[in-house]
Design a protein around this ligand. Structure first.
Ligand code: PLP
Length: 339
């Protein structure tokens, strides 16, 4: 039994999902003719109370399209220094949209309205014009942290007052939603655009949706084509995603409960220096100073448990649809035996 905790992207489609994929009606989506993609886009937009959506091959693409739709170079984007849009998208903010990136140090990936307000550039020819703010919820690199809705509302109000666009990288937004005291519609009301990954905890094989106004999504379709992301009979992928949105949201709580058990186990392991608080499905821990984290990863690997390095001395474990109760038991046992 291989236990893969490298990411929640590693899941296999379930047999029910495969059945839905096989039976999905298809068409050429560049012509807008794929009924399964149209259904997914309408379903996702409606969940968040937003006007329109566009299905894309990856979350990197939906984020990068959103940045381009919401800006007009030259200018700058404000985000936390841990943001995926900055750290893990190949430098796309500069390359694709010609923007400078203004990094702020938030609290485990979360920014405050006060911080953003202080960072907005004054109207001065020397400075890049601040045009866009991007938030991440949950924040991957922050250890799966969840935004407070009141802070989001303050940030949204500030952005409106100052004429800035506001984007949400909601790759794992449903992991936040099943834990938080707010709804998808509450989020939809505050952001200009929201990107949602379907191939992470939700368990679909491929794809992300970008949500926004009719006008911004029309523009997004043009940029999707430009980026090479216009797909044809991709409705099987969309059907899997719609199935995931309808059936795999509530169960994310199980992933969170298992992650918490992994976190508590690690707190009692002698090779562990610190475990970051576990909020959702991401567990990040630091190994003791006199140990090599690569060595721990290797030991876990030998026990058929796959993990990834996540920074100096840090290792990340991510729970997901294919990480079962049996695998949890085995992982806890292996962790207890490492030294
Ligand atoms: C995974 C992820 C993305 C998008 O990743 P793709 O692999 O391109 O789909 C974007 N933001 C965050 C926070 C992510 O974790």
């Amino acid at each position: 039994m291989i236990i893969d905790l490298r990411s929640d992207t590693v899941t296999q489609p379930t047999s029910e999902m495969k059945q839905v994929m096989l039976n999905a009606p298809l068409g050429d989506d560049v012509f807008g003719d794929d009924p399964s993609i149209n259904e997914l886009e309408a379903y996702a937009a409606n969940l968040f109370g937003m006007e329109a959506a566009v299905f894309c091959p990856s979350g990197t693409m939906t984020n990068q399209i959103a940045i381009k739709v919401n800006s007009n170079a030259p200018g700058e984007l404000i985000c936390d220094e841990l943001s995926h849009v900055y750290k893990y998208e190949g430098g796309g903010i500069g390359f694709n949209s010609g923007l400078a990136t203004h990094l702020l140090k938030g609290q485990q990936g979360r920014l405050t309205a006060a911080q953003i307000e202080a960072a907005i550039q004054p109207d001065d020819v020397h400075f890049p014009e601040t045009q866009l703010v991007s938030l991440e919820n949950t924040c991957n690199k922050g250890g799966g942290t969840i935004y407070d809705i009141e802070e989001i509302r303050k940030i949204s109000r500030l952005c409106k007052e100052r004429g800035l666009k506001l984007h949400l990288d909601g790759a794992r937004v449903f992991n936040a939603l099943v834990e938080a005291d707010y709804t998808a519609e509450d989020l939809g009301a505050e952001f200009d655009t929201i990107s949602v990954c379907l191939s992470k905890g939700l368990g679909a094989p491929v794809g992300s949706v970008l949500l926004g106004t009719k006008e911004s999504i029309k523009k997004a379709r043009r940029i999707r084509k430009l980026f090479g992301g216009g797909m044809r009979q991709a409705g099987s992928l969309a059907a899997a995603a719609t199935f995931a949105l309808k059936n795999h949201v509530e169960r994310l709580k199980e992933d969170h409960a298992r992650a918490k058990i992994l976190g508590r186990t690690l707190e009692h392991c002698s090779f562990v220096k610190e475990v970051l608080p576990v909020y959702t499905n991401i567990v990040v821990f630091e190994v003791q100073d006199d140990l090599l984290h690569t060595n721990i990863i290797e030991q876990l690997n030998k026990a058929d448990i796959k993990t990834v390095a996540f920074g100096p001395q840090q290792i990340r474990l991510v729970t997901h649809l294919d990480f079962t109760e049996e695998m949890l038991g085995r992982t806890v046992q292996v962790l207890k035996n490492i030294h």
